[in-house]
Design a protein around this ligand. Structure first.
Ligand SMILES: [Zn+2]
Length: 89
């Protein structure tokens, strides 16, 4: 809890290794969800010095939503529902 409160000041996040302000970066995370490997786009704070990554509580909620969307897409593709609908193949 102490670490979290030190890291989050308003909308900024500082590197826990003492490199100062971290930058928001969009990355694609590979997450396994209900047995499916999903590629989920997430926004994370990244330190330009050491490359350490950190998220926020708000982002965690967004990641879960993105994960659910990706899961639905993956399942849809597997069952063929979305291929028929979208004709993206
Ligand atoms: Zn750092």
């Amino acid at each position: 809890m102490l670490v979290v409160s030190l890291l989050t000041r308003g909308n900024e996040m500082n590197c826990p290794n003492g490199h100062g302000k971290m930058f928001m970066k969009k990355v694609k995370e590979k997450i396994t969800f209900r047995g499916h490997a999903l590629i989920v786009p997430v926004e994370q704070y990244v330190c330009p010095e050491c490359g350490i990554k950190a998220g926020t509580v708000k982002q965690t909620a967004e990641v879960q939503k993105a994960m659910a969307d990706a899961y639905r897409k993956t399942v849809g593709l597997l069952t063929g529902n979305e291929i028929v609908e979208g004709k993206k193949n």
